[in-house]
Design a protein around this ligand. Sequence first.
Ligand SMILES: Nc1ncnc2c1ncn2[C@@H]1O[C@H](COP(=O)(O)OP(=O)(O)OP(=O)(O)O)[C@@H](O)[C@H]1O
Ligand SMILES: [Mg+2]
Length: 395
Amino acid sequence: MSSKKRVLVVDDELNIRRILQASFDKNGWVALTAESGEEALAVLGREEVDCVLTDVTMPGLSGYDLQKQIADKFPNLPVVIMTAFGTIPQAIESIRSGAFEFVTKPFDLDSVKKVVQSALEGDSAKAKKSSRKKATGGSASKAFIAESPAMKEILEMVQQVADSRATVLVTGESGTGKEVIARLIHTYSNRNENPFVAISCAALPETLLESELFGHEKGAFTGADSAKAGRFELADTGTFFLDEVGDIPMPIQIKLLRVLQEREFERLGATKPTRVDVRLVTATNRDLQEAVDDGLFRLDLLYRLQVVEIHLPPLRERIEDIKPLCEHFLAKYSEENGRSLATVSDEALEVLSNYPWPGNVRELENTMERATVMAKADETEMLVKHLPSKMRTAA
Ligand SMILES: Nc1ncnc2c1ncn2[C@@H]1O[C@H](COP(=O)(O)OP(=O)(O)OP(=O)(O)O)[C@@H](O)[C@H]1O
Ligand SMILES: [Mg+2]
């Protein structure tokens, strides 16, 4: 027999404490209450608690301060924040500093219960159970070139956020390496032996995208001959990479928001929800704030997606990376094409450093592939003559 889960409700309003207590009791949990952050800490000092649900604005210690102290003293205790709508950026900040999740007031009892439920289940519990091989200096990081200060900082950030459940939004021009970063986050995380599932939201019609993401039951629509799991289910316990997230149509944005908050969704045509434990990484080369201003993207979803934002600068702003990237790709394509190019001449490097690289790393990769093809089998140094004429004349 597992003992009842214990939830501590912290709110200065008696009514709210009562409503939540009654509802949690009905759910089979034991609800303890505290009317201030100070009292909550006292309760935590003497009682077993499995989850804390706290209001933000209270006399004395605020909910955020309480969360920080709990993170310090009871690092494994999940804290759910109840915040007024309109202060979401602050709530996102609390997730960055370790809060499990936030719900907005006035709340809907059902979603509060679902969020507390996920907190009690212990997010990524399944993921943590999997034997964990930490990727340290393995092939994944060797293939990832980060010489410039900007990229070194990004690599550090990736390692730092990899294990958390925070959603990551990767932005940057086309070809800057957004997908590489998404995979690296997975590789460095404690989910790295679980699935990594990727999908691009661009160019898929709405209904197809919806059924790809969430799956469908048999007969959900014409042509649905059998039930099918969506990518969210396939990514369970692992990492889900949603590419071109700016292209998601509004109705699907609402469903996505719900998965992020409540960790559940319905397959198309299903009556029962499916629960998943997924770490979401998204990418876009669009300006999502602009899409919000144009009414094409939900602001609340954007907040959820960019709990952590990683912006990849264009290659022309990190020219220190050009030489190591060239050598990396020369080695790769020399081997593929039976050539010997390994180094870059000073003059060629000068040309490459002055080129604006609108296609970023992908364009540089293509350029190096072409250079190996152009080179004779015994040439070991890449020269200006191996580069396309448009680059030579630009210089
Ligand atoms: N830092 C890096 N080290 C090694 N290879 C890289 C790096 N960054 C990018 N690449 C390579 O460059 C190519 C483009 O990268 P990727 O597909 O991740 O870009 P992207 O930002 O997702 O582009 P798009 O916006 O067009 O989808 C890939 O082949 C990738 O392996
Ligand atoms: Mg991409």
